[in-house]
Design a protein around this ligand. Structure first.
Ligand SMILES: [Zn+2]
Length: 589
């Protein structure tokens, strides 16, 4: 690879990490990990080696029994500090001893009171996109893949899990042993330590959660073994051994994180209705598109998310039927267009699939464009050659690039060699390299979405829908409706919709988030205590950031935004805090 990755200090001409052996001690009192890590490089190295770090306290560096000279450069707010190991003398192995910071961006230490059980603390990591460097010094770019082993010493009574294979070790020592035999990029390193119970779904699938939530969680996702079979039909053999889930505390900033073998999951997905199983479909599909074939740089992010959203839509079509699939599609297109028009601008380079080269903050420049525009592009490619040929191509692609990190251009070259007609029928350059959303030739038509449109139109003419009319709505119909309501509606209508849609009972963040946005815009001030409660209990950024943005943009709530943030701040993950604080600062608050 010739292009420099702006999100890392690593210099790949020096060599690459091939394997790491970790010894990890978990310290809940200090909120730190004490780690000794032995690094194995792909070949012996003379001279310097650069690693990414973020607030790591390095204690010792050693190679071949000798102390290594090292230097930590000045800290950059986004990239952290470059660790410069000096004078490696023809060795391919070195050992670092270090301690993470309580401010490590990838680690969240949850106090016992904030867990479901209330008695034991909970630690979990979130390394994507560039936060693995706050857990261990690494070449923190998705283009470097390594295997690892780890032993983890956890406090008594708690269980350690990792996105790796758990292996037997000496009994009763409070130690847990893991190995990751498949090479992964640093952002897929993951660890969790908590009071955890386990339930098995099938030979390859199961779920970890606190004992208090395990039953509900196990019921919600009981169909995962079936899902595995459908995913394999589309994408080829599952290469990672087991596929388990880990249910996290509510502050987890995302819906799910596709850590290999062990998807980390928001508890907001446990609805008691199996209504959010498409989230698991998405995370499972990442086992192929993202984890097996990884974007070489974050500007190629659409290779991970566009492909995964496409696979998700195909599996949803099989498992939930065409109506549900088409509704998801229409909902996604509406949201994508709204984001492009209202926030990014149709001409913004951020609406290209291949993102601009210079951005170093990978979290800040990746949006849903990668997901939906990427998916729609692949649907167009499928349409150009027909499903049978495209499906054969998918399996070939998975096999050809497995366990590799590739760029958009590598993918396009492969597409051109395998399915040249795609380039005759689809304007590939426009889809990938130009801003905005090209016309979709293969756009499904959604009957269920049309129903919602009709209700919205009638509401615009002064006729409110009846409770009977909306009673049997699909979850995505409710979401589509709330997302498409006018900016301001009478306060009385806020109360009315809350009642007929039974929002309290549904207890679904995907409803509350757009509903609270409308409440704020409409001046429904009575809802503020509930909004604050929501902002203090839910960490999923997809739900809380739109509310924060709306509070900032609305006259009456603008001055309330910073104080509310300060009151709920401690309940949130570092990544969410950074995002909310960023919005407030940008608005001068
Ligand atoms: Zn994803």
């Amino acid at each position: 690879m010739t292009t420099k990755d702006p999100t890392t200090y690593a210099d790949l001409s020096q060599g690459r990490i091939r394997h790491i052996d970790f010894h990890i001690k978990v310290d809940f009192a200090e909120r730190v990990l004490d780690i000794e890590a032995t690094y194995h490089l792909d070949e012996p190295l003379n001279g310097s080696f650069f690693l990414d770090t973020y607030k790591i306290e390095l204690k010792e560096a050693e190679a071949d029994g000798h102390a290594l000279a090292w230097e930590l450069d000045e800290e950059d707010e986004v990239l952290g500090q470059r660790l410069h190991l000096k004078d490696l003398n023809g060795t391919d192995t070195f050992t670092l001893t270090f301690r993470t910071s309580p401010e490590a961006r990838a680690l969240q230490w949850i106090a016992a009171e904030q867990t479901a059980g209330g008695k034991h603390p909970f630690l979990f990591s979130q390394c994507q996109s560039i936060h693995a460097r706050s857990v261990f010094p690494c070449q923190d770019t998705p283009s470097v893949r390594f295997t690892y082993s780890a032993d983890v010493e956890a406090p008594e009574g708690l269980r350690a899990v990792m996105a790796a294979e758990q292996v037997q070790g000496p009994e009763g020592s409070g130690m847990f042993f893991f190995q990751m035999p498949q090479p992964i990029p640093s952002y897929l390193f993951a660890i969790g330590v908590a009071n955890l119970a386990f339930r098995e779904f099938g030979p390859r699938t199961g779920i970890y959660a606190e004992p208090e939530t395990i039953e509900a969680a196990a019921w919600e996702f009981a169909e995962n073994e079936t899902k595995m079979h459908e995913a394999e039909k589309l994408l080829g053999p599952y290469m990672w051994g087991r596929y388990d889930l880990l249910v996290l505390p509510p502050s987890f900033p995302y819906g799910g994180m596709e850590n290999p073998r062990l998807t980390f999951l928001t508890p907001t997905s446990i609805l008691g209705t199996r209504g959010q199983v498409s989230l698991i479909t998405h995370e499972l599909a990442h086992a192929w598109t993202g984890n097996l074939i990884t974007n070489a740089m974050w500007r190629d992010f659409w290779l991970n998310e566009g492909w995964t959203t496409y696979a998700e839509s195909r599996i949803t079509e099989v498992l939930e039927g065409k109506d549900s699939h088409d509704l998801h599609d229409a909902y996604n297109e509406r949201n994508l267009t709204k984001l492009m028009k209202e926030r990014l601008g149709m001409d913004s380079p951020q609406t290209c699939l291949k993102l601009p080269a210079e951005e170093k903050d990978a979290d800040a420049f990746t949006t849903i464009v990668a997901y939906y525009k990427g998916c729609f592009f692949l649907m167009e490619c499928e349409h150009a050659v027909g499903r049978v040929r495209f499906d054969a191509f998918i399996q070939k692609y998975m096999k050809r690039f497995q366990f590799q990190s590739i760029t958009t251009e590598t993918f396009l070259d492969f597409l051109k060699s395998e399915l040249p007609e795609v380039f005759e029928k689809v304007n590939v350059h426009q889809w990938v390299y130009e801003p905005g959303l090209p016309e979709r030739k293969n756009r499904p038509h959604s009957r269920l979405f049309d129903e919602v449109e009709k209700v919205l139109k009638e509401y615009g003419q002064g006729n409110r829908p009846t409770k009977t009319l909306v009673a049997g709505w699909h979850r995505y119909q409710v979401m589509s409706f709330l997302n498409a309501l006018p900016r301001n509606i009478p306060v009385e209508d806020c109360r009315y919709f809350e009642e007929i849609l039974d929002l309290e009972k549904a207890n679904d963040g995907a409803f509350f988030s757009p509903f609270y946005v409308i409440c704020i815009r409409s001046g429904y001030q009575e809802a503020m205590p509930r909004i604050e409660k929501f902002m203090g209990t839910v960490g999923r950024m997809l739900y809380v950031l739109p509310i924060m943005r709306t509070m900032i943009d609305t006259d009456w709530s603008r001055e309330l935004a910073r104080p509310l943030f300060e009151r709920v701040r401690d309940r949130h993950h570092q990544i969410t805090i950074k995002a909310m604080d960023g919005l407030l600062k940008k608005a001068g608050l």
